[in-house]
Design a protein around this ligand. Structure first.
Ligand code: TXA
Ligand code: MG
Length: 340
């Protein structure tokens, strides 16, 4: 793909240029409350194709369409169930993506050929201002190269995509830090395809029949077709081998003493570093899903920058927002979890 200079602008400096680029069918990296997105006009197939090219993303992996107000969903989707409005009222704007049956106006390139469309109303003021100023919805996957951790700062986007796009809007570090929860609302039962910033329990309070799709906690079996194409790709794959050790800090310490080589890395919670002689990277505080979510992807990038070839990681909880952190980590670990 042709190389170009990549600028990082504050929203004040770059808003006008960003809107103009998006209106011309170009891509711009933008901040959202979850992770940075690589945005383009969701209704323009050639603009959307540029997203896939810049990211190096397989074209059958559909994009999330970001809207400015709940009623924009009527343009994009049909046969909208009542659960959609209940959840939108409670969790939008925010880190929840809902999948509905799509209207013909949404191009096949946006949905990877599926007859459904994923919709989200982000809360980040810069993202919302952009969508409103453009007057069309923005398709935006996470603004990383396919296969690297999602970016939570403008610098992360720059590391991955410099030379491949002209403008990154810098809105600071993302407040949530993991991607949105993806909820399917078109099948028989509402199903969480990817846990994220809104928890299973929070959704369950309003929609008691919601289920967690199998792919959230387990790897796909040979030949199995995922509901969400994204789950079949190996996400967040660091260079090093990651092994999750599920148990208490003391059991973790015992295991490390026995098995780890001095150069092996430890991925642990804040304050635990002093228990180890090995190099350590932290990912938030124990029992604090919010801090873990916020720091996880930066921590995985630090793992990639290190020379360690093996990483032993502490295991997050499997409920609330920590489930999103656990889900990202077991994928990074290629589902290698040892129960202590
Ligand atoms: O927080 C987020 O969701 C961020 C920000 C930028 O909004 N976006 C994001 O997009 O994480 P992406 O493309 O990295 O992940 C979207 C996930 C993928 O796993 C994709 O397969 C799934 O959502 N998805 C999108 N449309 C779908 C559809 N119609 N049916 C099933 N899964 C879908
Ligand atoms: Mg992504």
């Amino acid at each position: 793909m042709p190389r170009t200079d990549t600028k990082i602008f504050s929203p004040d400096e770059g808003m006008e240029e960003a809107v103009s680029l998006l209106k011309q069918g170009e891509v711009v990296a933008i901040p959202t409350e979850t992770v940075y997105g690589l945005a383009a006009n969701a209704l323009n197939p050639s603009a959307v194709e540029k997203i896939f090219a810049v990211k190096g993303r397989p074209s059958d992996n559909p994009l999330i369409v970001h809207i400015a107000k709940t009623s924009d969903a009527f343009l994009l989707a049909k046969e909208i169930p009542k659960e959609f409005f209940t959840l939108a009222e409670r969790f939008w704007p925010g880190p929840l993506t809902m999948i509905l049956k799509k209207n013909p106006i949404v191009p096949d390139s946006t949905t990877g050929g599926l007859d459904t469309v994923a919709i989200r109303l982000p809360s980040h003021p810069v993202a919302r201002q952009l969508i409103e100023s453009c007057g069309f919805p923005l398709a935006a996957p996470s603004a990383n190269l396919s296969g690297t951790p999602s970016p939570t700062t403008a610098q992360h986007v720059y590391e991955d995509l410099k030379g491949r796009l002209t403008l990154i809007l810098d809105g600071g570090s993302c407040s949530v830090g993991v991607e949105s929860t993806v909820l399917s609302l078109y099948g028989d039962v509402p199903a969480i395809l990817r846990p994220g910033g809104i928890s299973y329990e929070q959704i369950g309070e309003l929609i008691p029949n919601v289920v967690l799709d199998d792919s959230v906690l387990h790897s796909l079996k040979e030949g199995e077709r995922p509901l969400s194409p994204g789950t079949k790709y190996k996400h967040y794959a660091p260079r090093a081998e990651i092994i999750l050790l599920d148990g208490s800090l003391s059991a973790f310490g015992e295991y490390i003493k026995e098995k780890a080589k001095p150069q092996d890395m430890i991925l642990c919670f804040e304050g635990e570093e002093k228990a180890f002689l090995n190099p350590c990277i932290t990912m938030g505080r124990e029992h604090s899903a919010e801090t873990q979510a916020k720091e996880l992807f930066s921590a995985l990038r630090k793992v990639d920058d290190s020379t360690s070839l093996r990483v032993y990681a502490r295991c997050p909880e499997k409920s609330g927002m920590a489930l999103a952190v656990y889900n990202r980590l077991i994928r990074a670990a290629g589902f290698k979890v040892i129960t202590l």
